[in-house]
Write a protein that binds this ligand. Structure first.
Ligand SMILES: [Zn+2]
Ligand SMILES: [Zn+2]
Ligand SMILES: [Zn+2]
Length: 280
């Protein structure tokens, strides 16, 4: 399997649009891996994860042809992960497909995600086009999507956004995409342990970098270390599992790429950047 990160930031991105903090100023100066757009990823070039405001920009910057993509799983309804205003760009006139069926676009996620999407795809014109559908996923229930088995697990994040983290398997390799979330619920660890799954790749929420935290709806380096140790302790990960830290905020500690990747590397973690592709 391959995972490509198209965007790797929290909601404000780095640099944040109106921000003059030291991180944003330095990120503007350095550019490169310090420029982080809102979170999105793609599995094997065919299964999209999230639909942020930068989806169009990501398709151009990272050479991702969005036209053949049929399935997008949404982690939760925060606008940096789901930007419904661009859904209609897949509708007739805004886009031209030679065969109607090829245009079909399926969104997957929680009921809360579905509500936000329904407000767009249930308007008369989009409904008539037959190009859109939403499939509600329930926590702990595996679903076949394209060639993958996708299992949503409840995330410790803003409950009104219907947050899920996702186990994705192609039958041979397994990954866990954990955004946005704080430390995992006990029942999530129980489910993972009972399923007997071993992850080849794990993407962990590290919004706060190495800063101390007083909330548990995102994570920092210490919490990522705790989560990776716990996954190893229950046999869901081992020394060969790739752990990658992702979804950084300019309000996090030490989050400039060069400094953070060096520090995270000492704990065996990869650090994501926009355009990074990992094969596992
Ligand atoms: Zn986010
Ligand atoms: Zn800033
Ligand atoms: Zn969020």
């Amino acid at each position: 399997m391959k995972l490509k990160y198209l965007g790797t930031a929290a909601a404000e991105a780095i640099p944040a649009i109106f921000c003059e903090c030291d991180i944003c100023k330095e990120a503007r100066k350095r550019g490169g891996k310090n420029i982080r757009t809102r979170s999105q990823a793609i599995v094997d070039g065919r299964l999209l994860i999230d639909f942020p405001p930068e989806t169009y920009m990501h398709s151009i910057l990272h050479g991702v042809d969005m036209t053949p993509i049929k399935d997008v799983i949404i982690t939760h309804s925060h606008a940096d992960h789901l930007y419904p205003d661009d859904i209609d760009k897949r509708a007739p006139v805004f886009s031209h497909y030679k065969c109607g069926d090829d245009a079909h676009f399926r969104f997957y996620g929680s009921a809360e995600v579905g509500d936000k999407i329904a407000a767009v795809i249930n308007n008369e014109r989009l409904k008539e086009s037959g190009r859109f559908s939403f499939i509600k996923l329930s926590p702990f229930i595996p679903t076949n999507i394209d060639r993958y088995t996708v299992t949503p697990l409840p995330a410790r994040h803003s409950p009104v956004t219907g947050p899920y983290i996702y186990m994705i398997s192609d039958g041979q390799k397994n990954m866990l995409y954990a955004h946005d979330t704080g430390t995992f619920f006990d029942e999530v660890f129980d489910y993972i342990e009972k399923s007997g799954i071993r992850f080849d790749f794990v993407s962990l929420d590290c919004t706060s970098g190495d800063a101390k935290m007083d909330n548990d709806h995102h994570m920092n380096l210490d919490k990522c270390i705790l989560m990776s140790d716990k996954l190893k302790n229950i046999g869901a990960a081992d020394a060969k599992t790739l752990f990658c830290l992702n979804h950084f905020s300019h309000n996090g500690g030490n989050v400039l790429y060069e400094e953070f990747s060096e520090k995270a590397g000492k704990f065996g973690f990869l650090t994501s950047y926009d355009g990074m592709e990992t094969e596992f």
